[in-house]
Design a protein around this ligand. Structure first.
Ligand code: NAG
Ligand code: NAG
Ligand code: NAG
Length: 404
């Protein structure tokens, strides 16, 4: 696999000088990357120093901290920070981590900073992960081309358990900002994510194949989905998140690849979505071989400010100019038990509620309750559109009137 060759290989001679870990401000010993040779000039590749600091910390029981001091910027080539570790790992980034420009340094790496196989991780410190995406966005062919090469994600948690990312900023990722995959017990709290509205595929937080994930009190401004929930995600909570610009909070895309796992139990609550193309969305590709299912979703207490499609289920998804023949068939993804409650605010289009389900597997068990979505121009009312909705329940205020 390409991802293997991507890991920076480092053979540590264990007999080399032992760098004493100082007691730091945190609970445990500190492994300061500058003591391992990191240079805060933003130009010298400091990835070896980071790896050495990580490996020393990882071998230390208790609560070791890898520290990136404030006041400097550190160029980091793609890096895999592997566990298992002996203790609970803290990575305290107070300074700025800079990705290499373009894609040259990535050679098959799908991630920039990749935490892999770690149980017990805290990433914090007030610093910034600067993905320098502007140098790579023109090389991204995915918005136009189906079999495109995916660009690197800035921060990945892969097979990580009991992890928290809090109090850091992710800036201008080349592709996704944060990906959570194959992980359990993840908290993303108080993280700021920022990229321009026209930057391609810069999803804020992407979650797949993971359970017990909470994204809380984050501000996400990007060119793509604010939070995207993909195949195999279950027990996910998104709360207190502000989104915009971007594409809103999205379940999907689903049904594109064979063998996708179901999406179960997602709660999106107390969020503000402003100036985005979608508010809350479920999107599934046309066609698709295996009937995966999406169920147990609640979208509640959400404010929309000038959102183009505030509530949308789109099972007709195929973004390319010419879709394949298999993509002419209706989606095989089954959507059931999805509640939209107390969703208020302003729609930038007249169709504020669009429930476009699959002819092959109509949506079941939808609920619309206390929906109040007004068109941004006064005096013009909003509408809802339904296709292939096999019943559901409605209640409370319903503006636009329900089509269920
Ligand atoms: C890390 O090292 C730098 C440079 O020596 C120093 O300025 C900083 O205070 C250290 N930080 C911690 C937390 O030890
Ligand atoms: C997660 O890590 C913290 C810090 O070490 C620990 O107190 C807690 O018990 C762990 N939780 C789980 C579920 O492992
Ligand atoms: C809702 O989210 C905002 C931040 O967006 C937070 O300040 C507030 O406390 C949250 N309210 C509840 C009831 O969780």
């Amino acid at each position: 696999m390409a991802s293997r060759s991507c890991a920076l290989l480092l053979v540590l001679a264990m007999a080399t000088t032992w760098l004493a870990a100082d007691a730091g401000a945190g609970a445990g010993p500190v492994f300061n990357v500058t003591d391992f040779g990191a240079v805060a000039d933003g130009k010298t590749d400091s990835s070896r120093a980071f790896l050495r600091a990580w490996m020393r910390a990882c071998a230390t029981p208790g609560r070791p901290a890898v520290v990136v001091p404030r006041g400097g910027s550190y160029l980091l080539h793609p890096l895999v920070l592997r566990g298992p570790c002996r203790g609970y790992m803290e990575v305290r980034v107070a300074g700025v981590l800079r990705a290499p420009p373009g894609l040259g340094a990535f050679r098959g790496c799908r991630e920039w900073v990749h935490f892999s196989g770690v149980d017990g991780l805290l990433v914090t410190g007030g610093g910034t992960f600067d993905g320098r995406g502007a140098t790579a966005w023109p090389l991204n062919e995915c918005p136009k081309k189906r079999d495109c090469k995916l660009l690197p994600t800035s921060i990945k948690l892969g097979r990580v358990t009991n992890a928290t990312i809090t109090g850091v900023t992710s800036l201008d990722s080349k592709f996704f900002h944060v990906t959570v995959a194959g992980s359990h017990g993840v908290r993303i709290h108080g993280v700021t994510i920022r990229a321009p509205r026209d930057s391609p595929n810069t999803d804020g937080v992407h979650i797949q194949g993971s359970s017990d994930v909470r994204v809380t009190d984050c501000a996400v401004a990007t060119g793509d989905d604010c939070v995207s929930v993909g195949p195999g995600a279950s027990d996910v909570v998104v709360s207190g998140v502000t989104c915009g610009p971007g594409h809103g909070i999205s379940v999907g895309s689903l049904g594109r690849y064979p063998g996708e796992e179901d999406v179960r139990r997602l709660r999106v609550v107390n969020c503000t979505i402003a100036g985005t193309s979608n508010g809350v969305r479920i999107k599934t590709w046309r066609g698709g071989s295996r009937p995966t299912s999406v169920s147990g979703l609640v979208f509640e207490d959400i404010v929309m400010r000038k959102v183009r499609n505030p509530i949308i289920i789109d099972q007709e998804y195929c973004p390319y100019a010419s879709c394949r023949e298999s993509e002419q068939r209706p989606s095989a993804v089954r959507i059931s038990d999805v509640k939209f409650r107390n969703i208020r605010g302003v729609s930038a289009t007249q169709v504020a509620v669009k429930l476009s389900c699959s002819e092959a597997s109509p949506c079941r068990g939808l609920e619309l309750r206390d929906i109040d979505l007004r068109y941004f121009k006064r005096g013009v009312s909003t509408q809802s559109q339904c296709a292939h909705v096999a019943g559901g329940v409605v209640g409370g205020t319903l503006v636009p009137p329900s089509c269920i």
